[in-house]
Design a protein. Structure first.
Length: 304
């Protein structure tokens, strides 16, 4: 039986990333605790001096991405592998205080003493950070960039607020939920921004595709969100849209337009996985995958 804290948490790397900025954009898929794979990969990137000029993340990808931009090696993993079973982070206290499964107050405010977030470095202008959320009125994907939005941390909350189990997050008078509802992997934004080098980290094995929802499942979205019909429609189509994105990403990778990363072996990890050893192994897999392909990644990025 897995314990409440990952048994090898003391082996998670720590420290600060270098100040050197790497040209290009890092794109991060969500997936709740499956995001530990991305966190392992990013920690290895930071250790190797790869600090992308821009980072865009959805849901768990946004939450982990902010630590990457702040240059805090291991922080995302420490939070998830230490506090997964703390109800202030995931559970009843989170529901009570934040009206959703994830305790954003705990993440943003509760760790100031034990593992503080480097907000000063995060807000330095040399690197861009974008959180993706879904507008519940229009069903459209919206992009919130630090330094150009009212409150980037509210945007991160919205980006990671899962549908059905979370209260909508108000941003400038509009309701938002999980960015993954409308765009699970925001690589097209990076392309549209003109980035020549784009690294995309997926949290599922390369061959994974979603089974399309049955009529009974799609009708649930319309029943729950009947006052938000555009949002319900986006939820209804989200799995098909994801499969299309995966197919397109594979083609872009073959053409050399992007560098595509995904777990090298299938990992049976649920979105809300409770087994801490499984989660720790997922992090380790991400770290190892990055180490194994570091020379290839650096070559793509034009690094010596």
């Amino acid at each position: 039986m897995s314990g409440k804290i990952y048994s090898h948490i003391d082996k998670i790397p720590s420290g600060s990333a270098s100040r050197k900025v790497t040209e290009g954009c890092l794109v991060l898929e969500g997936g709740a605790f499956r995001g530990l794979y991305s966190q392992g990969f990013m920690d290895a990137m930071m250790k190797a001096g790869i600090n992308m000029q821009c980072t865009i993340g959805v849901s768990a990808g946004a939450m982990a991405g902010m630590n990457y931009v702040a240059g805090q090696i291991g922080r995302s993993a420490r939070v998830n592998l230490r506090y997964r079973h703390d109800s202030r982070y995931v559970g009843i206290q989170a529901v009570r205080h934040n009206k959703g499964l994830i305790g954003f107050d705990f993440v943003f405010d509760g760790l100031k003493e034990s593992d503080p977030f480097d907000g000063k470095r995060f807000f330095e202008p040399e690197r861009r950070f974008v959180a993706v959320a879904t507008n519940c009125l229009t069903g459209e994907t919206e992009y919130f960039e630090k330094g150009h939005c009212t409150n980037i941390f509210h945007a991160i909350r919205a980006s990671a607020s899962m549908p059905y189990i979370s209260k909508m997050v108000d941003i400038d008078g509009k309701p938002y939920l999980d960015g993954g509802c409308s765009c699970k992997i925001p690589y097209q934004w990076a392309i549209d921004q003109g980035f020549e080098k784009i690294v995309v980290i997926k949290t599922r094995h390369a061959d994974y595709r979603k089974n399309l929802k049955k009529a009974s499942e799609t009708s649930l979205a319309h029943r729950i969100y009947h006052t938000y019909p555009e949002f319900a429609h986006v939820l209804e189509q989200s799995d098909a849209a994801y499969n299309h994105q995966c197919d397109e990403l594979e083609q872009l990778a073959k053409e050399g337009r992007i560098y595509l990363v995904s777990p090298s072996v299938p990992m049976k990890i649920s979105r809300l996985e409770k087994d801490m050893e499984k989660l720790g192994h997922l992090y380790a897999r991400g770290y190892k995958d990055a180490k194994d392909q570091m020379e290839q990644l650096k070559a793509y990025l034009g690094m010596k």
